[in-house]
Design a protein. Structure first.
Length: 127
C-alpha cells in the first residue's frame, strides 16, 4: 500500500501530525485506560519505516502519543464520560502534569490554580 487519500477529510498538518501512527494501530483498551506506551502495531510500523530508511518518520510514530491525546480529548463525545476520564488521565500523564490525580481532585486543583484567570471566570459565570 502506498497511501490512502480521503479528500473529504483532507487538510494541512504539521509533519508530526501527518506522519503519526494511524489511529487504527492504537492499542485501544490501553489507550482508553490512559496508558501512553506504543502498541505492537505501532512498533512494527516504526520498524518498517526505519527499514525503509525513514528514521525521521519513525520518530513521529514513536513520539506521537501526545498528538493522539490532544486529538481525542479535544474532539471526544462527553456522553461517554468514563471513556473521557481515561483519555484525559492519559493526556495529563503524557504532559506530566497532575497525572496522579483523579478527576475531582484535578478539577479542584485546576480551579484553584487558575482562579485569577479572567477567561476562566467568564466561562464559570455562564455555567
Amino acid at each position: 500500500m502506498t497511501g490512502i487519500i480521503d479528500w473529504e477529510w483532507a487538510h494541512t498538518a504539521t509533519a508530526s501530525q501527518a506522519f503519526n501512527s494511524p489511529i487504527g494501530f492504537l492499542p485501544v483498551a490501553d489507550f482508553y485506560n490512559g496508558k501512553n506506551s506504543l502498541g505492537d502495531d505501532e512498533i512494527i510500523f516504526a520498524q518498517l519505516l526505519k527499514a525503509k530508511g525513514r528514521q525521521d518518520l519513525a520518530q513521529f510514530v514513536c513520539n506521537g502519543r501526545l498528538q493522539h491525546r490532544f486529538a481525542f480529548c479535544c474532539g471526544y463525545d462527553l456522553a461517554d464520560w468514563d471513556g473521557f476520564l481515561g483519555l484525559f488521565r492519559g493526556l495529563r500523564a503524557a504532559v506530566a502534569v497532575d497525572e496522579d490525580l483523579e478527576w475531582n481532585e484535578w478539577k479542584a486543583v485546576a480551579l484553584d490554580r487558575y482562579k485569577d484567570d479572567s477567561g476562566l471566570q467568564l466561562v464559570l459565570a455562564k455555567c
